[in-house]
Design a protein around this ligand. Structure first.
Ligand SMILES: Nc1ncnc2c1ncn2[C@@H]1O[C@H](COP(=O)(O)OP(=O)(O)OP(=O)(O)O)[C@@H](O)[C@H]1O
Ligand SMILES: O=C(O)c1ccc[n+]([C@@H]2O[C@H](COP(=O)([O-])O)[C@@H](O)[C@H]2O)c1
Length: 410
């Protein structure tokens, strides 16, 4: 945020390109550049929306993906900036809050222009505090393909009459490009090249965004709701709440680091990671024998370390999980191990940082690292855990030491 303030402080005029940018495309970029040239603004600031007021959370790709694609698309233009103010602001995103926040970062006489497509301008009266918004910034209504200028005048007649000097019309080269069309094309395996910058296309392919979800779907023999019901009777209330937190956190991480399939696996692995933890001693011993859990010296002396290994067997037999990656994510969620898969790391980290955890030293740093780099988060959490185990005089499993060594060298 400090950088953003430094970037805006000297600007006399700024144009704001607000959008969901799911994904950003050449329509946005051409428009931004045309407005910059016509209104002689010092900068165009692209502001990806955090939680759009008019779209449900599920419909929109994760904030960090949309933000990073916007950064990639704009990096070659020195007059373009990308701001995180909406991404980082909690709650529903309203433009009025953004304009007020931005004004505080700029000199008092700054002139702000909010760029919006013709399709959006006629809805402005339904936005939050439209009149105050129009008193704080100008609007540039750009024509999009399919819109007749006359029709646009009619649609915004009411606003136009009242705020004539605040609304500017501008035609931009008719680019029949839209984010929704790009998403559909990507889903159907049609080309998206030349509709958006190459870097954004590469990013979409790298992270498997907008892929056909059905093709990616993972089939579980038990429906997830049935797994949840079984867990509710196997776990204490406190543990069940923790389990739900781990599952949610794992899905959030998988949204960033994985594919659609990984999200489903993360949800289930998070749910099942502690499935054997609340078993009474006798039951644990019986199942360990029956399911042939390999015991070692440390597990014999430190029985609370058995639950991840037993949990993987219980998940396999009682929850009918066949996927080896999910089973390993359960198996190594406590000790870790060298060379973990993305899913294994996600569950290990989610267990540490899930939202229901009470505050403890290192939690905020672990949360920060988790969304920056999985391997850095692994190293940090392993170091913290190993210190904790040593302080309490408990036995350390060699798998954790091997894991730490591995992530230190990565
Ligand atoms: N091809 C385009 N030319 C000019 N302006 C555009 C174009 N596409 C979008 N805009 C405008 O840019 C802003 C941000 O758009 P947004 O991120 O919603 O993209 P979109 O392509 O309109 O998305 P979707 O297809 O999902 O509705 C909006 O004000 C929108 O009207
Ligand atoms: O402030 C509001 O009430 C409001 C309602 C709808 C849309 N907006 C903003 O309008 C911009 C374009 O939105 P969209 O859906 O076309 O991507 C984006 O910056 C949104 O945050 C703002």
């Amino acid at each position: 945020m400090r950088n953003e303030i430094a970037n805006f402080r000297n600007c006399k005029s700024i144009a704001i390109m607000g959008g969901t940018f799911d994904p950003i495309h050449y329509g946005h970029l051409v428009t931004a550049e045309a407005v910059r040239h016509r209104f002689h603004v010092d900068k165009v600031v692209f502001i990806p929306t955090g939680r759009p007021a008019h779209k449900s959370h599920k419909e929109v790709t994760h904030n960090e993906h949309r933000y990073l694609m916007t950064v990639l698309a704009t990096m070659r233009n020195e007059n373009f900036e990308v701001s995180r103010i909406e991404i980082d602001r909690p709650g529903t995103t309203y433009t009025i809050d953004t304009i007020e926040q931005l004004k505080k970062m700029c000199r008092p006489d700054v002139r702000l222009y909010f760029i919006t497509g013709a399709d959006a301008i006629h809805q402005i009266m339904s936005w939050k505090e439209p009149e105050r918004l129009l008193s704080l910034c100008d609007f540039v209504a750009v024509t999009r393909p399919g819109y007749q200028k006359n029709q646009m005048f009619e649609e915004i007649g009411e606003i136009q009459e009242k705020y004539a000097s605040r609304i500017h019309y501008m035609e931009v080269p008719a680019l029949a490009i839209s984010s929704s069309d790009i998403r559909t094309r990507a889903q159907r395996g049609m080309p998206i090249q030349y509709l958006l910058p190459q870097e954004v296309e590469d990013y979409i392919h790298k992270f498997g965004l907008y892929q056909n979800e059905r093709k990616d779907e993972v089939k579980f023999m038990l429906p997830i709701e049935v797994m949840q019901e079984k867990l509710q009777s196997a776990l204490s209330v406190k543990r069940y709440i923790h389990t739900m937190g781990v599952s949610e956190e794992a899905v959030r991480l998988a949204e960033i680091y994985g594919t659609q399939a990984d999200r489903q696996k993360a949800k289930v692995a998070g749910l099942l990671h502690d499935c054997a933890k609340d078993y009474p001693k006798e039951l644990r011993q019986r199942f360990c024998k029956e399911y042939k859990v390999k015991m070692d010296e440390i597990l014999e002396q430190q029985p609370d370390l058995i639950h991840p290994f037993l949990g993987a067997e219980v998940a396999k037999r009682e929850y009918k999980i066949k996927d080896e990656d999910i089973l390993n994510a359960i198996r190594y969620h406590t000790t870790g191990r060298a060379g973990m898969s993305i899913l294994e790391k996600i569950v290990f980290i989610a267990d540490y940082i899930e939202p229901n955890r009470e505050q403890f030293e290192g939690l905020d740093e672990a949360r920060r690292l988790a969304y920056l780099d999985l391997d850095m988060a692994m190293r940090f959490i392993l170091e913290q855990t190993i210190d904790f185990v040593k302080e309490r005089g408990r036995l350390l499993h060699p798998l954790s030491l091997e894991a730490l060594e591995y992530y230190k060298n990565k």
